[in-house]
Design a protein around this ligand. Structure first.
Ligand SMILES: Nc1ncnc2c1ncn2[C@@H]1O[C@H](COP(=O)(O)OP(=O)(O)OP(=O)(O)O)[C@@H](O)[C@H]1O
Ligand SMILES: [Mg+2]
Length: 306
């Protein structure tokens, strides 16, 4: 058992096939110890499948996988005891109260019972701003409260690695900001966070590194800012143009994508683009710095998934 290496997850040539479908296709992934790592990808990209292999719930079809220094899936039970998991669905027990859900979960980790349990569980509820809800039934909780409870539950075994599959999908901005601040607090205490998300803003705010995955392959991996610097032009001018086609001179100054009545002009020369737009005073435009969403769309394309 070596848990002290620089990577909490190391995958080499990881493959998952379901019948004839290869949904994870020879990925190499190294998640550094400490900080927050994001796995980004469109629907069906293979994110959950990858997490399920990391958790030992799904055996790889090929490749090698080490989690917290142990070979998976062989060490699955031992490794899972040291990981916190927030899965894509909430899977709370509706017959129990908030506190009872934590107590039942804690009973799976008797060896962690090195201090009085109840105050510890109360502190976890406080941590996710549910301190006043301990006696509530699960049905009485909003979606945001449930998700926070699942996060509290994932912390019951005091994991060094917390894995979250789309932690803020379907939640309002207030809850999303609260969850971001809690995840940041955890990384500041030394917990490694590995999450998946479709939200590029979430990834940009939280993640030290991200891997962009599509069709089971990693297309790029780096710090969000480094990806923006490397993969796309630094400026974007979005022009509301309706049906009108972009004028040819614009294509000399920018990489122009016309999507749903908006020209997305990706450029290193925003001044030239804006000067050209001076000929069209009736058009509304927005000039902004490039972001991770531009990288994501550049690498994964704009066609719909599902
Ligand atoms: N048990 C399974 N049997 C067959 N196919 C599966 C199974 N689990 C996942 N898949 C397929 O594998 C592909 C990747 O699914 P996965 O759930 O990993 O995607 P994802 O990136 O998590 O997507 P989302 O963002 O929608 O959650 C999909 O095409 C899915 O239909
Ligand atoms: Mg998924």
């Amino acid at each position: 058992m070596t848990a002290s290496g620089p990577f909490v997850v190391e995958a080499r040539g990881l493959v998952k096939r379901f019948g004839a479908d290869t949904v994870v296709d020879r990925i190499d992934l190294r998640v550094p110890r400490g900080g927050c790592f994001g796995l980004l990808g469109p629907n069906g990209a293979g994110k959950t499948t990858t997490l399920r292999m990391i958790l030992g719930h799904s055996p790889p079809s090929a490749g090698t996988l080490t989690v917290l220094g142990e070979a998976m899936p062989a060490a699955g039970r031992r490794v899972r005891a040291r990981i916190g998991v927030v899965s894509q669905d909430d899977n709370l027990d509706p017959d129990f109260s908030v506190m009872e859900n934590l107590e039942v979960y804690a009973s799976y980790f008797p060896h962690r019972r090195h201090r009085p349990l109840r105050p510890f569980l109360e502190s976890l509820l406080e941590f996710v701003s549910l301190g006043d809800r301990a006696g509530y039934r699960i049905q009485a909780l909003s979606g945001g409260m449930r998700r926070r409870l699942v996060i509290a539950r994932a912390l019951v075994n005091e994991p060094r690695l917390l894995i979250l599959d789309e932690p803020t999908t379907g939640l309002d901005p207030q809850i999303r900001h609260l969850i971001w601040s809690r995840l940041r607090a955890l990384t500041e205490r030394g917990t490694t966070v590995l999450l998946t998300t479709h939200y590029m803003e979430e990834a940009e705010r939280l993640c030290d590194r991200v891997a962009i995955i599509d069709h089971g392959r990693i297309l790029a991996e780096d710090a969000p800012r480094a990806l923006v610097a490397r993969e796309v032009e630094p400026s974007v001018v979005e022009v509301r143009a309706g049906e009108r086609p972009p004028p040819p001179e614009l294509a000399r100054q920018a990489r122009v994508e016309a999507v749903d009545g908006v020209w997305h002009c990706h450029t290193s020369e925003p001044g030239a683009v804006l000067a050209s737009l001076g000929d069209y005073p009736e058009l509304e435009y927005l000039h902004r710095p490039a972001n991770l969403e531009d990288v994501f769309l550049r690498l994964t394309g704009r066609e719909l998934r599902d």
